[in-house]
Design a binder for this molecule. Structure first.
Ligand SMILES: C[S@@+](CC[C@H](N)C(=O)[O-])C[C@H]1O[C@@H](n2cnc3c(N)ncnc32)[C@H](O)[C@@H]1O
Length: 276
C-alpha cells in the first residue's frame, strides 16, 4: 500500500533523526519524560515487554537499563539496524530478547498472551491507514499481551496539530481539500512536506478504537499545555531571568495533563489500559 511504503521510506532515510527527536530540546523531551513517568507508574516491576513501532529504540534502551526484557519490533529496517547498534553500545544485549522487522498490523510471530506489557508509542499507530488496519493493529497489540496486562498507546493528536497550524503550516491551511481532510478527518497526506502519511486522532476516536479490547486506566497529554508554544517552552526551560519557571511549569504539567481537555489538545497523547 502506497502510504505504508512512504512511511517506511521516510523512517528508513534517517533513523538518527528519530533517535534525536525526543532529546533535541525541552519541548520534545516533555513527550519522552512524561511517557517514562507513566510507564514507570504502571509497568509491572519486571517482565517481558513488546516495544511495537519502537523505531531506533529510545524506550527499549531506557527500559532495558531498568532491568526489563524487551522485544523491539519496527517495520523500518534501518531503524532496527540503528537500534541494534545502540543496544550493543549500551551493552544491553542480554536484556533484549529480539529485534524484529515487522508490522504492528500483523504480529504473527508472537503467540497469544506472550507479553507482560505492550507499548506502541510515539505515533506508530498514527502512520497506519485505513482505519480497519488501525483496528487490526489494536487487536494484534492486545492479542499478544497477557490477560489483564497493561497496554500503552500514544498517538499524534488532531487538536494539538491544529493548535500549531496557524503558526507553523499556513501553506497547508491554504490548500482547500487538504486542510479540510486534515481538520475534519485527521488525515494528513502531506506529512513531513508531502513525504509520508499521518493520521491525527481525537481522544474520543482512540477510545472508540480500543473499546471492547482495552479497559482504559489513564489518559495523558504528553506535551500538554505547552503544545502550541514550542519555541517559548524551550526558552522558558532555559530562562535565567525566571529561574523557578520551568520547575513550576513541570509541576503544573503533571498536575493537569490527565484532564481530558488537555489530553485532547496535546500534540501527542497516550492511553494506558488493561487487556480485557
Ligand atoms: C515517530 S516513530 C516512534 C518511535 C518510538 N516508538 C518512539 O516513540 O520513540 C514511529 C515509528 O513507527 C514505525 N512504524 C510506523 N508504522 C508502522 C507499522 N505499521 N509497523 C511497525 N512499525 C511502524 C516507524 O518505522 C517509526 O519507527
Amino acid at each position: 500500500m502506497k502510504e505504508e511504503k512512504l512511511v517506511k521510506k521516510l523512517y528508513d532515510e534517517n533513523p538518527k533523526k528519530e533517535w534525536d527527536r525526543l532529546f533535541k530540546n525541552p519541548f520534545h523531551k516533555l513527550e519522552f519524560d512524561t511517557t517514562m513517568h507513566f510507564l514507570l507508574k504502571y509497568l509491572p516491576k519486571k517482565g517481558l515487554i513488546l516495544d511495537a513501532g519502537g523505531g531506533p529504540g529510545r524506550y527499549t534502551i531506557e527500559l532495558a537499563k531498568r532491568g526489563y526484557k524487551i522485544v523491539l519490533l519496527d517495520f523500518s529496517e534501518k531503524n532496527i539496524e540503528f537500534a541494534k547498534k545502540k543496544i550493543n553500545q549500551n551493552k544491553l544485549n542480554k536484556k533484549i530478547e529480539n529485534t524484529i522487522e515487522g508490522t504492528i498490523i500483523n504480529l504473527f510471530t508472537f503467540k497469544n498472551n506472550t507479553f507482560d506489557a505492550v507499548l506502541c508509542l510515539g505515533g506508530a499507530l498514527s502512520h497506519v491507514t485505513p482505519e480497519k488496519h488501525r483496528k487490526k493493529a489494536v487487536s494484534e497489540l492486545t492479542r499478544v499481551a497477557k490477560y489483564n496486562s497493561k497496554i500503552f498507546i500514544s498517538v499524534m493528536g488532531k487538536f494539538g496539530v491544529l493548535l500549531n497550524s496557524v503558526r507553523r503550516w499556513p501553506d497547508e491551511i491554504n490548500i482547500n481539500e487538504h486542510f479540510h481532510n486534515l481538520s475534519v478527518n485527521g488525515e494528513d497526506y502531506m506529512w513531513h512536506g508531502g513525504k509520508a502519511f499521518a493520521h491525527f486522532f481525537t481522544l474520543e476516536e482512540l477510545r472508540n478504537l480500543v473499546k471492547g479490547k482495552i479497559k482504559i486506566i489513564e489518559e495523558i497529554g504528553l506535551e500538554g499545555l505547552a503544545t502550541p508554544n514550542e519555541e517559548e517552552t524551550n526558552r522558558l526551560a532555559k530562562s535565567k531571568r525566571y529561574p523557578n519557571a520551568w520547575k513550576n511549569w513541570l509541576k503544573t504539567h503533571y498536575k493537569l495533563n490527565t484532564h481530558p481537555t488537555i489530553v485532547d489538545s496535546s500534540l501527542h497523547f497516550m492511553i494506558i489500559g488493561r487487556k480485557k
